[in-house]
Ligand binder design. Structure first.
Ligand code: SF4
Length: 423
């Protein structure tokens, strides 16, 4: 049986697309293999959102040169955001790669070099209790630092009926939780003929029997509407957890980033969300060391995070991405060690905040969807996306279980099954 190997880095969208690509190969008689050395087809699903991710792609491609010269019949394909529109140039630089295809090409649409079979809807091979479902591709925002709109193109939503059909199918195969994915998920539907709103999709999915939870990411503050907030508040299966990247606490930096909102607008959104969705868990993304960010502007970001107290903060040091407006027009003038210092300061702040937020769960019983095992322990997540570990001799996979929290940390919680003795 021919074998395939997919190497994936980057965001959840890449992971979801690799899952579907794997299913596409398996429908055509291929079997997954853990290492590239044994594979007949190798696919690299790449990311260039940061310089470090791009370096990993280049190193990986270099490492595969030796394998290609030993086994020239191996097919090497590259997809993901590293694949730009200048494929001729890519071919010239990496002649050992057989095929390049752009990110977001769902397997049912291609890639043509493998399109021998029936096509049609392709679902992940082994639906897990928790599964990602891409609902909108691309981005129309053109934040000045971001390469995504250039690589993934403009926003393209999947029809509502198609998504519902796919989720029903996943649930029949054992999925309990879906995470709807999009670079800009809260603008879902605006490009479709009947302009369905994300709130509408959520309310349709809420009626799917057997589905326990619905999440979605990533949101853009300028598209987060009261209608969507109400839907999260009112629909039982939609988890009280929202990812809303702020990026900076300075209006001047937000303007230079071309984010399209002010700090005050963002603050009001958080107030509205917290007043309508009690117990909501909030996460955000922040970039430090954006071109011209002064110590004072950095401090504004620090102060905003101290004020709003997120459950999780994803922090990145600015890294210029060739082809973006910021890389072309703005000087990357914060030294690397200063970016690192700012990053560490926020990490430390966030560790303290997360310690305090999670400590409040100590002694409480939470509902955990069990996703798998780590060592001897079962692991799963609360509705608010907290990672929880506990012991049980039974097979708990895919079950929603009441877990009493015994111990907390900024990153994870330890608990025991409600009603179980301590020994
Ligand atoms: S919203 Fe901005 S940061 Fe997010 S994918 Fe679009 S351009 Fe990039």
């Amino acid at each position: 049986m021919p074998q395939y190997h997919i190497w994936t880095i980057g965001c959840q969208m890449n992971k979801a697309e690799s899952e579907r690509l794997g299913a596409f190969f398996e429908q055509r008689g291929y079997q997954a293999t853990a290492t590239a050395e044994e594979a007949d087809i190798i696919v690299l699903n790449t990311c260039v959102v940061r310089g470090s991710a791009e370096d990993r792609v280049i190193n990986k491609l270099d490492a595969l040169k030796a394998l290609k010269s030993l086994r020239p019949n191996v097919t090497l394909a590259v997809t993901g955001c590293w694949v730009n529109s200048n494929v001729e140039q890519l071919r010239e630089n990496s002649p050992h790669v057989n095929h390049f295809f752009g990110p977001g090409v769902l397997p049912s649409e291609g890639p043509q070099w493998l399109e021998k079979g029936e096509g049609g809807q392709v679902l992940p091979r082994h639906p897990l209790p928790s599964t990602y479902v891409p609902i909108i591709q691309g981005c129309n925002n053109f934040c000045s630092y971001c390469i995504v709109p250039y690589r993934r193109g403009r926003e393209k939503s999947r029809p509502l009926a198609e998504i519902i059909c796919e989720v029903r199918e996943l649930v029949q195969r054992g999925t309990k939780e879906v995470t709807l994915l999009g670079q800009n998920v809260d603008s879902y539907g605006h490009d479709l003929p009947d302009r369905p709103h994300l709130a509408e999709l959520l309310s349709e999915l809420d009626t799917v029997d057997g589905l326990a939870r619905i999440r979605f990411l990533t949101n853009h503050p300028k598209d987060m509407s009261s209608r969507l907030i109400e839907a999260i508040a009112n629909l039982d299966k939609v988890c009280e957890q929202i990812c809303l990247p702020v990026q900076s606490g300075s209006d001047d930096i937000l303007k230079a980033m071309r984010r399209g909102y002010t700090v005050e607008h963002y603050r009001q959104l958080i107030t509205e969300i917290r007043s309508k969705i009690p117990g909501v868990a909030l996460s955000t993304d922040v970039i430090v060391g954006f071109p011209s960010e002064s110590q004072e502007q950095f401090q504004q970001t620090y102060d905003l995070l101290s004020e709003l107290r997120f459950d999780t903060v994803h922090i990145a040091g600015y890294s210029p991405r060739p082809g973006t407006v910021a890389a072309g027009e703005l000087e990357d003038n914060t030294p690397a060690d200063e970016k690192r210092r700012r990053l560490n300061e926020i990490e430390q702040l966030q560790e303290n905040i997360a310690t305090e937020i999670n400590a409040r769960l100590s002694g409480k019983t939470v509902e955990v969807l069990v996703e798998g095992k780590k060592g001897e322990k079962w692991q799963g997540r609360t509705r608010t996306d907290k990672l929880v570990f506990f012991n049980s001799n039974n097979n708990c996979l895919g079950q929603v279980m009441p877990i009493k929290i015994k111990q907390t940390s900024p990153w994870a919680l330890q608990g025991k099954l409600e009603g179980q003795s301590d020994n």
